[in-house]
Design a protein around this ligand. Structure first.
Ligand code: CA
Length: 230
């Protein structure tokens, strides 16, 4: 059986409430979902990162989903599930060689869409050997950027350094002094509470991305570590 958690879905939908419900339904099924509201953003995302399936609204403010799919097909065979508000569009989706894998007509049930997404993924993804899920943090050393669940975080210089130190050694406890020594050029000019302040702001940024998940563990009296059991 293929584990679904590793699958990343791009949801291209300009109606915020629909996008939100779809993302929620997909994440409830254990998939990772990213939503964008315009064709331009969708193209940028598709060029810069890999997705396992696209949920694509046909009517976008700046683009047409069918055109977007045609453009996508010239570079990738990633599965596409179309979302349409008009049943008259179904003929074009099914009949023409646009290369969609399935479609839903608005109004639709997000749960049903999530079930279709899983069905298409099962059909199109070869079974993978069981493996440890990849850690949610990816450090891009060259660009001094850290991605969390596939999305780059907007970090200050010290937040980047602290998180990178923790993320390179998940589970290892770092004292405030050690973090300061590793992250600051002039540690003696800083104070313990500086580390606490940066950790606090980091936690805020991570929580904004994944409410309810706190990957930074406080070890009272000894320091901080990054969660290693995902
Ligand atoms: Ca629309």
């Amino acid at each position: 059986m293929t584990t679904v958690a590793a699958f990343r879905i791009l949801v291209v939908e300009d109606e915020p409430s629909i996008a939100e419900n779809v993302v929620y339904a997909l994440e409830t099924e254990g998939l990772t979902a990213v939503a964008v509201s315009t064709g331009t953003e969708a193209r940028e995302r598709l060029v810069s990162s890999a997705f396992d399936l696209i949920v694509l609204d046909i009517s976008l403010p700046d683009d047409n989903g069918l055109e977007l799919c045609r453009w996508l097909r010239s570079r990738s065979s990633v599965p596409v599930i179309f979302v349409t508000a008009r049943s008259s569009e179904i003929d074009r989706i099914v009949g023409l060689e646009i290369g969609g894998d399935d479609y839903v007509v608005k109004p639709f049930s997000p749960r049903e869409l999530a079930a279709r997404v899983k069905a298409v993924l099962r059909r199109t993804s070869p079974p993978q050997p069981p493996s440890r899920p990849s850690p949610p943090f990816e450090i891009d050393e060259a660009r001094l950027r850290i991605s969390y669940f596939g999305e780059p975080l907007d970090l200050t210089r010290y937040e980047f350094r602290i998180l990178a130190i923790l993320a390179r050694r998940p589970g290892q406890v770092f004292s405030r002094e050690k973090l300061m020594e590793l992250a600051w050029e002039e540690p003696e000019a800083s104070f313990d509470r500086t580390v606490d302040a940066h950790i606090k702001s980091l936690r805020g940024k991570l929580r904004a991305r994944r409410p309810g998940v706190d990957p930074i563990v406080t070890h009272r009296g000894s320091g901080y570590a990054l969660k290693d059991d995902w």
